[in-house]
Ligand binder design. Sequence first.
Ligand code: TYD
Ligand code: MG
Length: 471
Amino acid sequence: MARGGGSVFVCQSCGAAHPKWGGRCEACGAWNTLVEEAVSDGSARPALGRAGKRKLSLAPLAGETQSPPRRATAISEFDRVTGGGLVPGSALLIGGDPGIGKSTLLLQVAAALAQTHAVIYISGEEAIDQLRLRAERLGLRDAPVQLAAATAVAEIGTTLDAPRSADIVIVDSVQTLFVEELDSAPGTVAQVRAASQVLIRLAKRHGFVLLLVGHVTKEGMIAGPKVLEHMVDTVLYFEGERGHQFRILRSVKNRFGPADEIGVFEMSDAGLREVANPSALFLAERERDVAGSAVFAGIEGSRPVLVEIQALIAPTAFAAPRRAVVGWDSARLAMILAVLEARCGMAFGTCDVFLNVAGGLRIAEPAADLAVAAALASAALARPLPADTVVFGEIGLAGEVRAVARTDARLKEAAKLGFGAAIVPARRQKTAPTGLPLTEVARVADLLALLRRPPPGARGAAGDKRRAVHG
Ligand code: TYD
Ligand code: MG
């Protein structure tokens, strides 16, 4: 480490330090992530000082602890994701692509909280005038939010280092902050880590809520990423497809509430609007009776959400057929395709396969397997699924359909939105009736049999297309 005038090469993805530059980080395998940083980073700070002589006072596990009241925003989609409001003294990281709406969301949160709390909004990206313009556009001009445009952590720290300096502090974004003692540029792991450390310590000491904004790099990670995720109490991602108006706030880690909870918003001319009934929104533009479409009854966090899964299968013009996925895991798609080929005799080898989760939602549940398989098979056979039917179930490599959690909630949501039937895994215990007729499938092949069953009346064109795909 002595080389190069006291610098190391730090992976901007995992934070590992290497003595020499290389194209690839040996710790996490990421390419082109090593950046030279000065060694004298925050780790050399005196660790003990006078406190080193004091003994800890240990407390029993059993004891009375008053949980301080949470600071709720009355933006219920936001409060749901945080687990019922912001916890005093906690630090949150809000990550997301540039331009997705993080600043907009936080300004709205700031304005909502400012009615009852002291709120400071520190922007390193925009000038005060720009913030004011945005507030005006959002109709929040008169909210008593205190603004500052700053990037120097020393300055920000001095402002906040007093009892009752604030109740809520928003810092937008961590990538713009810099600690003067470090030589590295703002946005490097060393800077992001040191700056966040200072602010988080102040938040704990004075009991204000710290909301840190972090941009996600093209590779899909918050720059200075893992280090920061460990330091904060809560990590929220703000996601969505840029061309769509839907935005989803997702908790991926939460020390004070459930993880994997989502809040759904819609970006409008006047900022982000809450979406109280996401299923209705995700299904709003669905076309009925088209091949390649299946409605998945999913669970996001604590609530059921219905989304349309679309598949398109077309003869390929290339030696290696394309597999493109939006909103789902591409490895999982490969697995479902393999199961359909190996267990059901379908052939996708000469076809491009496209899979899309409509509306910009990103699904991670294995319960979507059966809906994906249904959309793929429906596209391949050019047969629509039975009308107004929801689908869910996990698929195993043997082609078996496995039961998933929270069947009742999924069926209830489907019934609520006017669906008339459901295709579900074969169940061991009967669940409470929801009024929906259920078609149980034990194997993926059963699903195909359902699709192949000729619809009452029609025959012809669909059959020809089917041969084309399988030929
Ligand atoms: P912004 O909050 O600046 O994104 P981030 O902080 O994540 O980079 O959002 C910018 C986008 O949001 C921009 O493309 C314009 C759009 N927008 C609206 O559509 N309506 C609005 O009322 C506002 C304030 C922004
Ligand atoms: Mg911003």
